[in-house]
Design a protein around this ligand. Structure first.
Ligand code: ZN
Length: 455
């Protein structure tokens, strides 16, 4: 498994790339080749590194040599179109003859210049082939081809090479490529400026922390003294350039808890692409963001893709739980029964109750079902509702289930039906309810329960 941004190996199932420090998500813009697809069974295509009006450059992996390469595709924007969700093939926007001939002429020129640049050594052309209705040129990957693909700490930054901009960029190997501005291309010099800019920003932040912290400790002071040196090293002119270079970097914002449509428009306004993944969630309302693939405050490049996990609500989950039929317990047995106050009385919500012989402490009643039932709790009618104050009532009971689990619940001293929720769903074919504590009635020692109905 490879990172779509830098095409280095990453852990299976992980989206975080330790090499470039970014979340590996495919760029799903339909006019790009689908990231993750292969060309000629050999080149595994990653995300685009840049495009002009006539070609698209992708980072890729040569699976035969097991090395990263650049694959440049002839893609004249005005003439062709593609929906990579359907096919990698490019199709002409019009079947008119002048469209076709322009395309063919451009293709020939693209190939000619690629061959020429190989001959005169301006580009390390490794392969040329025709597929998808267009042509491709494979070159070695150079650091200055990569913008978003360049690691902040992974790949060495090109202080030595390309800083003066004198090196020929294989991205520019055709005249076609030079005509239109490279959308995503950043020269080595620019990258160096970004590094200086980053240092300045870090320096300023540290300076501010020191200034506002007041009483700084030794370590902080030490840092502070080194900072102005870095700042001073940067000229005003350089700073202007830095501002331009910085324009491509974007700081991720926190969209958790926001509505999807709002989050989308905010991120798109920052120049980021948004992909969504929906999942059920009981705590976040439907169509609101549960979490984001990139944490707020992280640096991204314009054009990067951010994955938003969107809540689908909870209803369907509830539905699956409700496919369990209402639990039915159809027999009851008491460990202690006052004559005329049978245990079965708890199965019906009427004036008749189960009563224990004495105060009922440690007495129990067992309800049984035909097979397993899914139980979430019970409706409980405490005492003798026909003569509540004069008979004993339960105050604490223990429910034991056939799966071996149990739960203790306190029962309110009221004659109204009360709901006793177990806080989970239990699969059981019996409920043994033991009286742990009871409250004596004004006239009778016996403790009563009128009704127990599982739900
Ligand atoms: Zn990576």
């Amino acid at each position: 498994m490879f990172c779509y941004h830098c095409m280095r190996k990453i852990n299976e199932g992980s989206t975080y790339c330790p090499h470039c420090g970014r979340q590996s998500f495919p760029d799903r813009d339909p006019h790009y080749l689908a990231a993750g697809s292969t060309l000629n069974d050999r080149y595994l295509i990653g995300n685009p590194m840049g495009e002009d009006g006539f070609s698209i450059s992708y980072i890729a992996r040569d699976l035969n040599i097991d090395e990263r390469v650049a694959v440049k595709e002839f893609y004249p924007m005005g003439l062709v179109t593609r929906d990579s969700a359907i096919s990698g093939r490019v199709s002409l926007k019009s079947e008119q003859e002048d469209f076709r001939s322009s395309f063919e002429r451009g293709k020939d020129k693209f190939l000619q210049e690629a061959r020429l640049s190989r001959q005169n050594g301006t580009a390390d052309v490794r392969d040329i082939f025709s597929v998808n209705g267009t042509v491709y040129v494979v070159t070695s990957l150079t650091k200055d081809m990569m913008t978003g693909a360049t690691a902040p700490d992974g790949a060495p930054l090109p202080y030595e090479d390309g800083f003066e901009g004198g090196q020929q960029n294989p991205n520019d190997m055709t005249d076609i490529g030079k005509k239109a501005p490279q959308k995503k291309k950043v020269s080595g010099g620019m990258i160096a400026l970004i590094v200086i800019a980053s240092l300045v920003v870090v320096g300023l932040i540290i300076t501010m922390i020191v200034l506002f912290a007041g009483k700084g400790k030794g370590k902080t002071d030490q840092t502070a003294t080194t900072v102005p040196t870095t700042v001073a090293a940067t000229t005003v002119k350089e700073k202007e350039k830095e501002t331009q270079a910085e324009d491509k970097s974007v700081t991720m914002i926190d969209v958790k808890g926001k509505k999807l449509s709002d989050a989308q428009s905010q991120l798109q306004a920052l120049g980021l692409k948004v992909e969504t993944s929906r999942e059920q969630n009981a705590d976040v309302a439907k169509d609101y963001i549960i979490r984001q693939s990139v944490e707020a405050g992280q640096k991204l490049q314009k054009g990067d893709t951010v994955m938003l996990y969107v809540s689908d609500g909870y209803e369907e989950v509830v539905t699956t739980q409700e496919t369990h039929a209402d639990p039915v317990f159809n027999s009851a047995q008491g460990s202690s029964v006052l004559s005329g106050y049978e245990a079965e009385n708890v199965l019906n919500n009427d004036a008749k109750c189960w009563a224990t012989e004495k105060d009922g402490k440690d007495a129990f009643i067992t309800l049984r079902a035909n097979g397993d039932q899914w139980v979430k709790g019970v409706y409980f009618g405490n005492g003798n509702i026909g003569d509540f104050q004069n008979w004993g009532r339960v105050t604490n009971v223990r429910f034991e289930f056939s799966d071996g689990t149990s739960v203790e619940k306190s029962i309110s001293d009221i004659s109204d039906l009360q709901t006793i929720d177990f806080g989970r769903e239990v699969k059981t074919n019996s409920m043994k309810i033991t009286i742990l504590d009871s409250k004596a009635g004004a006239e009778h020692e016996s403790t009563c329960i009128t009704y127990i109905k599982a739900y």
